[in-house]
Design a protein around this ligand. Structure first.
Ligand code: BGC
Length: 762
């Protein structure tokens, strides 16, 4: 920690001296010289206010008078989704402004636009990179059809604390999985290169460390050691940059007491100088102005100075640049060269997008693009591939379709908006196939379906923000009246052969400003669960949620548990496919699932610190909870069964060409299914302690009944590298390495190899 303070301090002193370094990196050969020349030519013609306009993005709901666009004083809108209005403002920008510069239209295309796909954590649970690429590509096609040309996604924040609401928006706890997903999603949004037809710009967010908010409370500060930052939180961003992401969004919170959106070390030294990022940085909403609230900026003017000089190209929402930079220039606190350097990447992005040539959309094509049946097919497939089967005692699942009656119970069983999850503003809840709809459609009219809501859940009822209500509920000792809705649910269960209980969270309970102190099932759902379970009927629990919940009771009392997350528009059909065996679950957890909220933050790739770790007395755990999580990272069941064996390495020593790791994977069941083969490594000794296991490769593959396939996972020296707090550099160290391959983070097939010489990574 002290080290990062010192580094930030030194960097601040070097602030002015580094301008030429920036200029050099912007002229690096990877920028197309034609695009650069066009951007430079345009820049030379621009007035100061036109330049500052390019650095300004405002929310559509605030609206801008057209004359601001005519004057060239607006570069971008966010939250404008109406195709007709987008065309109109583009016409104003292109035809009525002096330099005819089109607008960037940005939106939170997080897991779909009109077709809502499973939330990002669910997509990560598929461990299917092609699927992730395909989903973002469809989302981009839909969004671009209405004129949106920039997604505020992917969110690549590592999240290791289920209390943090935004865990739902990312890929979970692991830097390797997170990096792979980041790359696939960037490629999906952007296509082969920014500007590819039917694609849009991607923006990796929130740079950096947002997921480590103290206590999992959204917006709280993050305190990260250099080691955690370098080895855990930064890799997915670095991977996104290497994949050519057009934009980085700077985060809201303090990173080791320096606000991320005023952090020049982060936004300039690391991002531009070390990683050679050529795109543009947008602040999170109002994050520039918020530098004053942080206690970093003296006032809004000072915030503009700090944001701009730290490396924020575009101010989202707070409009500080247009207001204050002219004065800052007069006072010689910033130079025109700095302004130009901020504007250039934005001009380049618009040129790369082809916006100057094609600023308008064809409104007659929007409907077809938003209602392409292929998108619904993909949404159904994606939801099925993202589900994780957590428990299946006595192979209760898949359920037989030959039943006479089935109960579908729970506040989320017939929910529309809730299945979409947060960040689904472009979706229409009416399009959503609920789980009840899906079960009905799957079973047809021959089966009696008894539906009961069981209980209603509201976020307001759970939020103990009202002191009067708190006092009342604390004072109330009256015994609970029997609950009429629960009684109806129990009756529905008693009248049925099978019970599907759909419980979890509302969409508003996970996401931004949706952190929770507890992980229990909100409202009376636990009571509902236990009451229905008391009927003795075979129950399948379907969980709809954006984070691991406390289901420790259910994990021993309910024979079948299927985690479907917020599964999106086609969620109900996909869930029915899974429940009745038309699809076979194969998702694996991208997060460690705690038994109890008190175990958070919890993650698998931790360091061991005791020689007697296997003696619970010396293990790192709480005496009032078992040592292990409820479900491990990488865990998930299937209706098939698999055997993974014959781990082989191509060499006992890893040289520069890496090592091939192979295993034999056999489907030992009579059902076609997918397995996710996972490879973990451990460095036995070196300059610093290393995690007991780290994911370094995976592959999801399909196997017919009885089929055996050889899976090859290639391990490189770079895969083994880490940033060492002892040497302050990223290297692959000479050491002995363990490798395990299996079906979760407790993989047991083991081998070892050596790296004989330390290699520093450039
Ligand atoms: C969120 C960002 C989002 C932005 C624009 C902010 O509150 O933190 O993730 O992209 O709003 O909607």
């Amino acid at each position: 920690m002290i080290r990062s303070y010192i580094r930030h301090g030194v960097v601040a002193v070097l602030l002015l001296a580094s301008i030429t370094v920036v200029a050099q990196s912007w002229q690096s050969p990877s920028i197309d010289p034609k695009i650069e020349a066009r951007a430079q030519t345009l820049l030379r013609q621009m007035t100061l206010n036109e330049k500052l306009g390019q650095l300004s993005q405002i929310f559509w709901y605030k609206g801008a008078p057209d004359d601001r666009i005519q004057k060239g004083e607006l570069g971008s809108y966010l939250f404008l989704t109406d195709p007709h209005e987008i065309n109109r403002v583009q016409h104003v920008a292109v035809e009525q402004s002096r330099l005819h510069i089109p607008l960037l239209i940005g939106f939170d295309v997080i897991h779909g636009f009109r077709t809502i796909f499973p939330v990002p954590i669910a997509q990560a649970a598929s461990w299917d990179l092609d699927l992730n690429r395909e989903i973002q590509s469809v989302a981009a096609a839909e969004a671009s059809s209405v004129g949106i040309n920039w997604a505020f996604a992917p969110m690549v924040d590592i999240a290791r604390d289920a209390r943090w609401g935004r865990i739902v928006e990312g890929s979970g706890e692991d830097p390797y999985l997170g990096s792979q997903m980041a790359v696939a999603r960037v490629q999906g949004f952007q296509g082969a290169v920014p500007g590819s037809a039917n694609h849009i710009l991607a923006c990796a967010k929130h740079f950096a460390g947002y997921g480590a908010a103290v206590g999992g409370r959204d917006y709280d500060a993050s305190y990260l050691s250099d080691t955690e930052l370098q080895n855990v939180y930064l890799p997915p961003f670095h991977a996104a940059v290497d994949a050519g992401v057009a934009c980085i969004m700077s985060a809201y919170m303090d990173l080791n007491d320096v606000p991320a959106s005023g952090n020049r070390w982060l936004l300039h030294d690391l991002l531009r100088d070390s990683w050679r990022f050529q795109g543009f940085v947008v602040s999170d909403a109002w994050a520039v102005y918020s530098l004053e609230a942080h206690g970093m900026a003296r006032d809004a003017e000072d915030a503009a100075l700090r944001g701009l000089t730290a490396g924020v190209n575009m101010d989202m929402g707070s409009d500080t640049y247009l207001k204050y930079v002219p004065k800052l220039l007069d006072e010689k606190k910033v130079t025109m060269q700095q302004v130009d350097q901020a504007v250039l990447p934005l001009l380049r992005a618009k040129i790369e997008l082809g916006l100057f040539e094609h600023p308008y959309i064809d409104e007659s094509k929007v409907d077809a693009a938003l209602h392409d049946p292929a998108h619904l097919t993909l949404a159904r497939r994606a939801a099925a591939r993202s589900a994780v089967l957590l428990r299946n005692e006595n192979t209760q699942l898949p359920l037989s379709k030959r039943v006479s009656s089935i109960a579908v119970i729970g506040p989320l069983a017939d929910a529309h908006q809730e299945l979409q999850g947060s960040w689904s503003f472009g979706g229409d809840p009416k399009d959503v196939v609920t789980i009840l709809d899906g079960v009905r459609a799957n079973l047809g009219s021959g089966v009696a379906i008894h539906y009961a809501v069981g209980t209603t859940v509201k976020r307001e009822d759970q939020a103990n923000l009202d002191p009067d209500r708190l006092a009342q509920s604390a004072a109330s000792t009256a015994p609970q009246e029997p609950d009429a809705e629960i009684a109806k649910a129990v009756a529905a269960a008693k009248a049925s052969e099978q019970v599907i209980l759909v419980l979890g969270e509302l969409d508003s309970m996970s996401g931004e400003y949706a952190s929770r102190a507890s992980l229990t099932l909100p409202g009376k759902q636990q009571l509902l669960l236990e009451s229905v379970a008391a009927t003795g009927k075979p129950i399948t629990l379907v969980l709809v949620n954006g984070r691991p919940l406390d289901i420790t009771w259910a994990s021993t009392h309910i024979p079948a548990i299927l985690e479907v997350w917020f599964p999106g528009t086609q969620g109900g059909n996909a869930v029915a496919d899974l429940l009745f065996g038309d699809a076979n679950p194969a998702g694996k957890l991208p997060v460690t699932w705690p038994r109890n909220v008190g175990q958070e933050p919890l993650y698998y790739n931790r360091n061991l610190t005791q020689v007697h770790e296997d003696d619970p007395k010396f293990a790192s755990y709480y005496w009032d909870e078992p040592q292990f999580p409820l479900f491990r990272f990488g865990y998930g069941l299937s209706y098939s069964s698999f055997a993974i064996s014959d781990l082989k390495l191509s060499s006992a020593t890893m040289e520069s060409r890496g090592i091939d790791v192979t295993v034999e994977v056999k489907n030992t069941s009579d059902r076609n299914g997918d397995e996710v083969v996972q490879l973990y490594t451990h460095q036995r000794y070196g300059s610093a302690s290393r995690p007991s296991r780290e994911l370094k490769g995976f592959q999801r593959l399909n196997l017919a009944p009885g089929e055996t396939k050889t899976v090859l996972l290639h391990l490189t020296l770079a895969d083994l590298s880490f940033w060492s707090p002892a040497t302050h550099q990223r290297a692959t160290e000479a050491s002995t390495y363990d490798v395990w391959v299996g079906d979760s983070s407790v993989a047991t097939n083991h081998a070892q190899f050596d790296v004989t010489a330390t290699r520093v990574q450039p």
